[in-house]
Design a protein around this ligand. Structure first.
Ligand SMILES: C[S@@+](CC[C@H](N)C(=O)[O-])C[C@H]1O[C@@H](n2cnc3c(N)ncnc32)[C@H](O)[C@@H]1O
Length: 233
């Protein structure tokens, strides 16, 4: 899925909650069409002179790369898209001692992958960091999805080959990890599929108004009747 309802909260965290002198660092696992990655990139570009946004996907989409190439980032506004499997790249990020303020996990939705990804979360985060795991609820909560089996991924060298496990689904992976990591807690901020994980007692989100809807996709009639402004002349 994607984190649609969470994006305003994530933006607020990046531009307001993190101190102004901090250089935000964000990791998103699983980019797909960039429904989350692009708005976060644009928000960071507007609000932070320095940041690092890293996305990882086993199949980077050309349209997304074209969009990212034309963002007009400065040399200190770093946006990276890496074509890799999370299970290979996360240990290398740990080895290089990279840490993120925000980690978004939305790659392969199965017990094995999410369990393996979560093993690196402690090392990849600061004490204040926020981790969002998609698909905790919903279709892949108690069932496994393997991208290797999905149309479009036939022959993918980067997709993880399915692994037999006793447990299944994203929820069991997260709940198991929480049981092994009692210093962390789970927050369910909005109805929907994602959950938020933080170390106990560091939770910092304030409620944010959802963005005005219906402003982008309008009929020609609505557009013609919209208030005339300078842009139209
Ligand atoms: C549900 S989509 C991500 C949606 C995206 N987060 C959003 O908000 O729009 C899942 C993506 O994860 C990628 N993926 C699957 N397994 C992966 C893995 N092990 N490592 C990295 N990416 C993976 C797929 O190629 C797919 O693009």
């Amino acid at each position: 899925m994607s984190y649609v309802g969470y994006v305003p909260l994530l933006k607020q965290y990046l531009s307001k909650t993190l101190p102004p002198d901090h250089v935000p660092s964000v990791l998103e696992v699983g980019l797909d069409r960039g429904t989350t990655f692009v708005p976060l990139a644009v928000h960071l570009l507007r609000s932070r002179p320095r940041f690092m946004l890293v996305g990882v996907d086993i199949a980077l989409q050309e349209q997304l790369l074209l969009t990212l190439r034309n963002l007009d980032a400065t040399e200190e506004q770093l946006v990276y898209a890496l074509e890799e499997n999370s299970l290979s790249i996360l240990p290398r990020m740990v080895q290089s001692n990279t840490k993120f303020d925000l980690v978004l996990i939305d790659g392969d939705h199965n017990y094995h992958t999410v369990s393996e990804e979560l093993k690196h979360v402690e090392a990849l985060t600061f004490s204040h960091s926020v981790v969002v795991v998609d698909d905790y609820d919903g279709r892949w909560s108690t069932r496994d999805l393997w991208y290797a089996d999905r149309p479009g991924y036939e022959g993918s060298k980067l997709a993880t080959a399915p692994v037999e496990t006793e447990k299944h689904g994203v929820k069991a992976a997260v709940d198991g990890w929480l049981a092994d990591n009692p210093g962390w807690e789970l927050h369910k901020l909005l109805p929907g599929e994602p959950v938020v994980l933080t170390r106990r007692g560091v939770f910092t989100f304030d409620p944010v108004a959802p963005p005005a809807s219906g402003q982008t996709a309008v009929s020609v009639e609505e557009w013609l009747q919209a208030p005339a402004d300078e842009a139209r002349k």
